[in-house]
Design a binder for this molecule. Structure first.
Ligand SMILES: O=P(O)(O)OC[C@H]1O[C@H](O[C@H]2O[C@H](CO)[C@@H](O)[C@H](O)[C@H]2O)[C@H](O)[C@@H](O)[C@@H]1O
Length: 288
């Protein structure tokens, strides 16, 4: 079967990042967000699963690169389960940085490290159902209990997800501040979580840990902007990087798309990109 072409990044920095990845794959970190990037967006967050091609594509790449990481707002264990990442031989060194970096799962030890429950989250979990009723949340608004480190309020399943989202933004910000939390906005979701860590902090620390020579980061949502910003900063320090936006047909944030070096059509596009990179790496330097 003929290899697919790698799409050309639209920026000089992105072209440099891709060239570095192909020239020295063994020094590259491939880091990807989960929902909207590896897993198609679905109405019910509990039904989200990795695209069928995601694990095979990551497994093809993993033996040739320094590291593969999933950087997600999900609890790490949920991403591992919904992604089908455990027990895959080629992904035996996969790292999942969950809860925006507050939690970490390492495939080679199957160990989970996290910062434990936050008292503000515990309080908000108890208060939230009544709070939403009192603040006129639209019918269909849904609370995702993410354990002791975050709680998320989804509006995708309301009649008007944008209006329902906007109506809750200020009240939830006030509730979060009252409990020492912050609001992380996303695609029809307002997540209340402790401050102090984000995907940029988590990604930069991980790149340092593995002494990365270059990075590919792919994301789809506002929570990925911090990782994009970290890569922008690292590029100034000389670390080549390629920023990929996974853009769906609707509700993809323009802010993220405008900062990407390459925009691909959702998780299917991410999988095609990973496969094309794996093809190029395995074909070696003599590839046509
Ligand atoms: O960092 P991520 O891996 O992208 O996680 C961010 C949030 O994603 C999830 O919500 C999003 O995906 C849902 C399932 O497709 C969708 O229904 C929802 O509208 C999206 O916002 C997840 O439920 C959150 O907990 C994550 O924080």
């Amino acid at each position: 079967m003929a290899s697919a072409e790698i799409p050309t990044p639209t920026t000089p920095e992105g072209k440099e990042g891709l060239a570095a990845l192909l020239a020295q794959p063994h020094r590259a970190v491939v880091a990807l967000d989960f929902d909207g990037t590896l897993a198609p967006i679905v109405a019910d967050p509990e039904q989200a699963r990795a695209h069928p091609g995601a694990v095979p594509a990551l497994a093809r790449l993993a033996p040739h690169v320094a590291a593969v990481a999933v950087v997600t707002g999900r609890p790490a264990g949920v991403a591992v389960r919904y992604g089908g990442f455990a027990g895959v031989a080629a992904l035996d060194h996969l790292v999942v940085l969950g809860h925006y970096g507050a939690e970490r799962w390492d495939a080679h030890t199957a160990e989970m490290h996290n910062a434990g429950a936050h008292p503000g989250v515990t309080a908000v979990r108890a208060e939230l159902p009544g709070f939403l009723d009192r603040n006129g949340a639209w019918q269909g608004t849904w609370i995702e209990d993410k354990g002791g480190r975050a709680v998320a309020v989804h509006t995708r399943r309301t009649e008007d997800p944008d209006a329902a989202f906007e109506a809750l933004r200020t009240p939830l910000s006030e509730l979060a501040a009252h409990h020492g939390l912050m609001v992380e906005p996303g695609r029809y979701v307002l997540e209340l979580r402790p401050p102090g860590v984000d995907k940029g902090v988590a990604l930069a620390a991980y790149l340092r840990e593995v002494d990365a020579g270059c990075v590919l980061y792919g994301g789809d949502d506002l929570g990925d902007l911090a990782a994009f910003a970290a890569v922008h900063e690292l590029r100034k320090e000389g670390l080549p990087g390629l920023l990929v936006a996974s853009a769906g047909a609707t509700d993809s944030p323009e802010e993220l798309i405008s900062q990407a070096d390459l925009v691909v059509p959702g998780p299917a596009g991410v999988v095609a990109l990973l496969d094309a990179i794996a093809d190029a790496i395995t074909a070696g330097p003599d590839r046509p």
